[in-house]
Design a protein around this ligand. Structure first.
Ligand SMILES: Nc1ncnc2c1ncn2[C@@H]1O[C@H](COP(=O)(O)OP(=O)(O)OP(=O)(O)O)[C@@H](O)[C@H]1O
Length: 288
C-alpha cells in the first residue's frame, strides 16, 4: 500500500470544476446516475465465472447482490468500475452503461470510470499513517484534481459529515487514519470515496469486518447517502440486504458452471414471495 505525503494534495482544479463541485455539494444536489450491466461474461484465464449477466441498478436506489460464496458477485462488482481488468489473466464481455454511456468505450479514460463509480472494500483500507484530513482528499490526488485550502477544508467537512464521521473526528483531523476504530475507518473510506463526487458507490461486503453497532452506523450512512449516490452492495447478511436495499439480485453458480442471476427485483418480494425455489431456499438459509 502506498502512502501520500500529508501536504502533497495540490491545488489546481479548474475554477469552473471547483465551482460546480461546490455548488452541487452546497445545494445538496445529487449527481445520481443509473448503472446498467448488459450481458456481462467474465473469465480468469479460461475459467469462465460469469455468463451473460444483465442487471439495471436504478439511480438513487440501493441494490443488493446476494448469493453463495464463489458465484461471482465480487467479480461482477469489480467489472462495474473496471477493476476486473487489473487482474492479468482476467477478461470480460458485455457492456456497463452509466446513464447510457459505456464505461468500457475506447474513448473513455479508466480514471473517469473510477471517478464516477467509487468502491468501498470489505476490509477498511485507509492510508494508516496519513492524517484523517489527507485520507479524505487522497482520491483528488489520484484523479489529478486540485483544490484550494478553503475548498479542501470544505470538502473534508462535507464528506466526513456525509459519511457520518465528522462529529467524531473534527477535533483530530491531523491524527492518523490508522488510529480510528474499524467502523470509523470504514466511514473514513466512504468519505474518501465521496470526495471525488461519484455518481455510483460500489460496496463489497463493507460491514463484514465490523461489529453490529458499527454495522448499523454504516447502514444508516448508506440510507442517508442514497439520496446523493446510487449504491450497489455485495452482502452475505440477509438482514442487511432487507434493511438497506430497495432491490436485490440473487446470484448462483451451479457446480462447475459460471455464475448468473437467478432472480432480481423488489427486495421485499424477493424475501417474502420469490419466484424461483432456489431463491426461496437461499434467503431462508437452506443453503449458503
Ligand atoms: N483473481 C482471481 N483469479 C482467479 N480466479 C478468481 C479470482 N478472483 C475470483 N476468482 C474466481 O472467480 C469465481 C468468482 O469469485 P468471486 O469472488 O467473484 O465470487 P463471490 O460470489 O464474490 O464470492 P464470495 O461471496 O466468497 O466473496 C470463483 O470461482 C473464484 O475462485
Amino acid at each position: 500500500m502506498t502512502s501520500l505525503p500529508p501536504n502533497d494534495i495540490t491545488e489546481v482544479l479548474p475554477p469552473q470544476s471547483r465551482r460546480s463541485m461546490r455548488a452541487a455539494s452546497e445545494a445538496g444536489q445529487p449527481s445520481l446516475a443509473a448503472l446498467e450491466a448488459r450481458n456481462i461474461s467474465a473469465w480468469f484465464g479460461d475459467h469462465q465465472v460469469l455468463d451473460r449477466v444483465s442487471l439495471t441498478m436504478p439511480a438513487g436506489v440501493i441494490t443488493s447482490l446476494i448469493g453463495p460464496s464463489g458465484c461471482g458477485k465480487s467479480t461482477f462488482l469489480r467489472i462495474l468500475n473496471r477493476m476486473h481488468e487489473l487482474v492479468p489473466s482476467a477478461s470480460l464481455a458485455g457492456e456497463v452503461l452509466i446513464d447510457g454511456s459505456d464505461i468500457y468505450n475506447a474513448d473513455r479514460k479508466l480514471v473517469d470510470a473510477r471517478k464516477s463509480i467509487g468502491m468501498v472494500f470489505q476490509k477498511p483500507n485507509p492510508f494508516p499513517a496519513m492524517s484523517i484530513y489527507d485520507n479524505v482528499l487522497a482520491g483528488l490526488k489520484l484523479t489529478g484534481t486540485r483544490a484550494s485550502k478553503d475548498e479542501r477544508d470544505f470538502l473534508v467537512e462535507n464528506c466526513l459529515t456525509k459519511a457520518g464521521l465528522w462529529r467524531e473526528v473534527n477535533d483530530r483531523l491531523r491524527s492518523p487514519g490508522g488510529g480510528l476504530s474499524g467502523g470509523q475507518q470504514q466511514r473514513l473510506c466512504i468519505a474518501r470515496s465521496l470526495a471525488v463526487t461519484p455518481a455510483v458507490l460500489l460496496m463489497d461486503e463493507p460491514c463484514s469486518a465490523l461489529d453490529p453497532t458499527s454495522t448499523r452506523v454504516i447502514e444508516e450512512t448508506m440510507l442517508e447517502l442514497v439520496n446523493d449516490v446510487t449504491i450497489v452492495i455485495v452482502t452475505h447478511n440477509m438482514q442487511q440486504a432487507q434493511r438497506v436495499s430497495t432491490q436485490c439480485a440473487f446470484f448462483l453458480a451451479a457446480q462447475g458452471q459460471p455464475g448468473g442471476i437467478v432472480e432480481h427485483g423488489d427486495t421485499d418480494a424477493m424475501f417474502s414471495d420469490p419466484i424461483d425455489s432456489r431463491t426461496y431456499d437461499y434467503v431462508n438459509g437452506v443453503f449458503g
